[in-house]
Design a protein around this ligand. Sequence first.
Ligand code: ZN
Length: 64
Amino acid sequence: MSDIRAWRPIIFSCPNTGDRVQGLLPAVASELPADELHSISCAACDGVHFINLQTGAVVSPKGS
Ligand SMILES: [Zn+2]
C-alpha cells in the first residue's frame, strides 16, 4: 500500500530571529507543484513560515 506519509526533517533559518529551527516537511515533493509552499510552525518566534517544498527555503510572502 502506498498511503504511508513520509516526512523529512529540515533545518531552516527563522527570518524573524535568525535562529536555526528544525521542522518536518512531507516527503512527497514529486507529487506537488514546483512552487508548492508548506506552512510550518516556528519554535523560535512562535509564528508560521512558508517553506518551498522543492528547495527547503523559507519563502517570505510577497507583501503589497
Ligand atoms: Zn520564526
